[in-house]
Design a protein around this ligand. Sequence first.
Ligand SMILES: [Fe+2]
Ligand SMILES: [Fe+2]
Length: 167
Amino acid sequence: MVRRIRQFYKALFARLNKSDYTFLSDYLTKTELEVFMTLPVFDRKHSVDIARHLHHQGAQLELVRAGLLHDIGKARCPELTIVKRSICVLLEALFPKHARNKATSKKGKLGRALYVHQNHPEIGAEVLEILGCTDERIIWLVRHHADKEAAKTDDELAAFMVIDDRM
Ligand SMILES: [Fe+2]
Ligand SMILES: [Fe+2]
């Protein structure tokens, strides 16, 4: 919970600077960047922070790109604001069954927000395919970036999930 509060506080003040934009255009194609820019600023900053961290660790190009693109599925729901995001997290933690049913129904703004929140890895992988990304590894990492089962057999994914959770 402390981590969540810290993330909420960080998100409130998220800003991208000039060097973040240079970094983004170094790693993303023009169309990927266009979609990336439709994400709320706190998602953009979160993704840039992860990708920079990976870059400094000397990660391969595909992993850095996956860091930038892993939450791109959230672009399908621009109304997923920081407040709505927090409501989703709380509902999922306190009433998981209700949150799941509501997400499956996709009814109303909250149903739609929960659906995208819970399914953004799969949605993100589809978005990348539509954008013409042909790198199977990036698409796989995006699709499974919240998949604890997949992380058991893929050390790179497991390490990625730790960084994602921390940033
Ligand atoms: Fe995510
Ligand atoms: Fe993330």
